[in-house]
Design a protein around this ligand. Structure first.
Ligand SMILES: *[C@@H]1O[C@H](CO)[C@@H](O)[C@H](O)[C@H]1NC(C)=O
Ligand SMILES: *[C@@H]1O[C@H](CO)[C@@H](O)[C@H](O)[C@H]1NC(C)=O
Length: 463
């Protein structure tokens, strides 16, 4: 059998966790892999909602050696949602692995190839067993910062040390995680509810996440949506000592280096043409991603601050939340700024007029800000946002958290003044440019991210 023939028989199944921007990140990885290994067959699995809404909005150029398959989302027919955000996640996880198994069986039938390798979101902990049953290798992807991976690896220890701290905001919540290599700057209060259930009982989601630490040692390699150069050394050394095949392949939702912006009139949202008319680094860009939204009164306070500041803005705000804006805000500010239901974020951040990004600190948003050298104002909301906010402000020094971690009119005005006007803001800009340079170096042909990606491709070809 010739080499190309045996490569053609390789079949990689890519399993998405279809919430937040996890699915976009792993699709980004699948596309990159499929281009690097054109003779390998890739099958991509996600729920219909994620396939239809996200992939068409982001106009992915999906290579033709990837086939997509829908899997069931676990929501019973005629189900009435309770309004608890984690409910969809719980229903989905309860349908695993059966829903994915059905999809995999179909893909194996259609392609006539057994699956050699499972590339999955790290949250899909069942994949360790599934891969073993299929005699395939398992390669999980962590979409967040490596501090998040570490918190999952050390979940048992964290729970033993800190579960007594509970919801006590004034005392133990300010303790730091000194005992865990690389996490010493983190405070107990930065840990997500899934790691340290405080206010709520354990959910199926938090239970699943608590298993990550015990299944990861069964993986063949771990892919990080990150660059080696951005780690604190103790964190890198600790993770690498446990997982020698920890592969930092760069930011997966952001083209690196960012390509030049397309002609402004090709952007149908009008954001680029509007930005063309503003002066350099003068615009505040506001967006809280696909899954997060601050409470109504905070949105109102944010809008009041923006209006009073008279700073030009682009605000990507889903129509469902518009009713929280102060009365008449869209009309009064229609010269000052641009309110859109969706903005092409990477392009807005890449435009020379954008000066600061008001963000919830989702990993991909922060990575896109770094790639484009834009400092941030942070309002963390859930999950990994608090840890990321602390890294942005205290470790990298490329942004500020809003005072008290909630939007107030005075707090927002102060943060805007700091980042856009102040000497401190100038320093943040310098530092984020330096981070951007590190990232660009990592993705250059001989850089660490390119090397790790090559190793990943080889690992897959050898599986
Ligand atoms: C996913 O969405 C794309 C684009 O809308 C569509 O062409 C494709 O058939 C969908 N895949 C499945 C499995 O439904
Ligand atoms: C890690 O990040 C995910 C979001 O990607 C979040 O749901 C989870 O709670 C985070 N874990 C920790 C320990 O913060």
């Amino acid at each position: 059998m010739s080499v190309t023939q045996s490569l053609k028989e390789k079949h990689v199944a890519v399993l998405a966790f279809p919430f937040g921007s996890h699915d976009l990140t792993i699709l980004g990885l699948a596309c990159k892999l499929a281009r690097a290994a054109p003779n390998v067959q890739f099958s991509f699995f996600t729920i219909p909602k994620s396939n239809h809404s996200k992939f068409s909005t982001f106009k992915f150029d999906v290579p033709n050696n990837i086939r997509t398959y829908d899997v069931e989302d676990g929501v019973p027919v005629n189900h009435v949602f309770s309004g608890i955000p984690v409910e969809r996640l719980d229903l989905f996880l309860k349908a695993t692995p059966g829903n994915f198994q059905k999809g995999l069986d179909a893909a194996v039938m259609e392609t006539g190839r057994k699956v050699n390798c499972l590339v999955t979101d790290m949250f899909l902990t069942f994949a360790a067993d599934m891969a073993e049953d299929m005699k395939a290798t398992w390669i999980p992807l962590c979409v967040s910062i490596p501090h998040n991976l570490s918190a999952h690896v050390y979940t048992d220890l964290i729970r033993r040390l800190f579960s007594h701290v509970g919801g006590d905001k004034n005392g133990g919540q300010h303790q730091t995680l000194e005992l865990i290599p690389g996490l010493s700057p983190m405070h107990v209060k930065d840990l997500s509810d899934e790691i340290l259930p405080r206010h709520s009982n354990e959910t199926f989601f938090s239970y699943t996440l608590s298993k990550i630490g015990c299944v990861l040692p069964r993986s063949t390699a771990i892919v990080m949506n990150f660059c080696q150069e951005l780690y604190p050394t103790p964190l890198f050394d600790d993770l690498k000592s446990m997982f020698p095949a920890l592969l930092n392949v760069g930011f997966l939702t952001q083209e690196l280096p960012p390509s030049p912006l397309p002609p402004s009139d090709s952007d149908t949202t009008g954001c680029l043409s509007w930005l063309d008319k503003q002066s350099s680094k003068s615009v505040v860009y506001i967006s809280f991603g696909t899954a997060a939204a601050p409470p109504g009164e905070e949105l109102k306070a944010l809008a009041e601050a923006i209006e009073e500041s008279d700073i030009p803005f682009i605000w990507s705000l889903n129509n469902d939340h518009k009713h929280n804006l102060p009365n008449g805000f869209p009309q009064r500010t229609n010269k000052q700024g641009k309110l859109v239901p969706w903005a092409p974020q990477a392009m807005v951040l890449g435009h020379a007029s954008t000066g600061v990004f008001v963000t919830h600190c989702g990993a991909n948003s922060v990575f896109e800000s770094i790639a484009n050298g834009v400092p941030m104002i942070c309002r963390p909301m859930f999950g990994d946002h608090w840890m990321i906010g602390r890294v942005v402000e205290e470790i990298w020094g490329v942004g500020v958290k809003v005072e008290g971690l909630v939007f107030t009119k005075s707090g927002v005005l102060e943060s805007l003044k700091l980042v856009l006007g102040h000497e401190q803001g100038r320093q943040m800009r310098e530092r984020i440019k330096a981070l951007r340079e590190l990232v660009l170096k990592a993705v250059a042909p001989s850089g660490s991210a390119s090397q790790d990606f090559k190793t990943l491709v080889e690992t897959i070809l050898n599986s």
